[in-house]
Design a binder for this molecule. Structure first.
Ligand SMILES: *Cc1c(COP(=O)(O)O)cnc(C)c1O
Length: 398
């Protein structure tokens, strides 16, 4: 596909979030994009011109639908990028990228701390099923990264801040090491979001966003995106992973996320401010063993985060309580404003304990081995959230 049209290039992200991809409905003049719930589109009279693997021609929903295409324009604009592909989930987007780029015998370098499905894909699936050489490395240790990225490495994948320890990885430095060795760099940007961090501008080749999280922001739709300026590879992803593997987004979910995008920059501005305030408060509590948030001056990634996260440090904090798994669960259950559930980046605050029996806990720094909790700050009043955390700590005697 050609570079995505963006009539609002150069405008502030808040203006672009409102206007890019938006437009009048041609049939009715409505000032909202309609929802096209259709699997099939009228074919042209001359079928000799039709390419059934094309994603340009509206023909069949798996090849593309208008709601997906409009959302792709908005998501590309949020990253000031030439192209975006929107698929059915964040994991579908990660898989589509890896599936297209990697083949047997290729080497991929992936982080010690990453989203669960990335760990599974590289720890047990791509290596065992397809003979891809997968190498796990601590991405905060640049010497280790340099050693792991040998010539012949096809892809380096990073996540920053990472899920679930909120560790910070140097995007520009790893892009340089990857490119020196002829490898590509992909960055999972879900925790930072494009409001705070734009990895393509720091040298990354591909960005993945779980649209399910902050970009949609309302906890009611699942979607994912790959964002890049490499138009040729993006078309390969469309062909190899979207049309011929089929991880498409439903028009309805695309429509919902398109609407979520409009308020995304405003929500992030609020979430950045609330999260910093709450992280600072947590640091003052004696029963809190550690607080991991790049906005804190005490954080080892703070200086780096200030360089690559230009507007704020995002909405997820990890922290520890000086207690056992059972008491952590009781603390989470005692919260009244904060919801005890998985996921993050919703309008409501979400809390999720990472129990000490988690299969990957040994991969995290020592302090995370006990009483570890991931907390996603929502749009509620930050003082109400702090009071809620305080009453729940008191309720379990902490
Ligand atoms: C949630 C998440 C994903 C996956 O998104 P889904 O829409 O749940 O598939 C990928 N990466 C990170 C960092 C996430 O937090």
């Amino acid at each position: 596909m050609a570079k995505k049209e963006n009539r609002f290039e150069g405008y502030d992200i808040t203006t672009q979030a409102v206007h890019t991809g938006s437009g009048y409905d041609a049939e009715t003049g409505a000032v909202r994009r309609p929802l096209h719930m259709a699997n099939s589109y009228k074919l042209p009279d001359d079928l000799s011109k039709v390419n059934y693997s094309s994603t340009d021609l509206l023909m069949y929903a798996r090849n593309g639908n208008p709601n997906q295409h409009w959302l792709e324009e908005k998501v590309a604009a949020l990253h000031e990028a030439d192209d975006a592909i929107v698929l059915g989930s964040g994991v579908a987007a990660l898989h589509a990228l890896f599936w297209t780029l990697l083949k047997s015998g290729d080497r991929v370098v992936y982080p010690k701390v990453s989203y669960m499905a990335v760990y599974r894909m590289f720890h047990e699936l791509f290596n065992q099923k397809f003979g891809v050489e997968t190498v796990m490395v601590d991405m905060t240790d640049l010497d280790a990264v340099r050693q792991a990225i040998t010539p012949g490495t096809r892809l380096v994948h990073i996540e920053t801040p990472d899920n679930p320890t909120i560790g910070v990885t140097d995007i520009a430095a790893i892009a340089e090491i990857a490119h020196e060795n002829g490898a590509l760099l992909s960055v999972d940007n879900t925790f930072a979001s494009p409001y705070n961090q734009k990895p393509l501008q720091l040298g990354a080749d591909f960005v993945v966003e779980a649209l399910t999280k902050f970009i949609n922001g309302h906890g009611d739709a699942q979607g994912g995106a790959i964002i890049s300026n490499d138009l040729a590879t993006m078309d390969r992803i469309r062909y190899e992973a979207q049309v011929n593997v089929g991880s498409v987004i439903s028009p309805f979910n695309a429509w919902q996320i398109f609407r979520g995008c409009v308020t995304f920059p405003l929500r992030m501005e609020r979430i950045n401010a609330s999260t910093l305030k709450i992280a600072q408060w947590l640091e003052t509590r004696s029963s809190v063993t550690f607080v991991s948030y790049p906005g804190l001056e005490s954080n080892p990634g703070h200086e780096l985060a200030k360089k690559q996260m230009t507007k704020g440090f995002g909405g997820v904090i990890s922290f520890g309580l000086d207690t056992d798994d059972k008491t952590v669960e009781r603390f989470c259950a005692a919260l009244k404003v904060v919801t005890f559930a998985v996921s993050l980046g919703h309008d409501e605050s979400l809390i999720f304990p990472q129990p000490s029996y988690d299969e990957r806990i040994h991969l995290y720094p020592a302090q995370f081995q006990k009483g570890f909790i991931r907390f996603s700050v929502g749009l509620e009043d930050p003082e109400d959230i702090i009071q809620d955390l305080d009453q729940a700590l008191c309720a379990v005697g902490l």
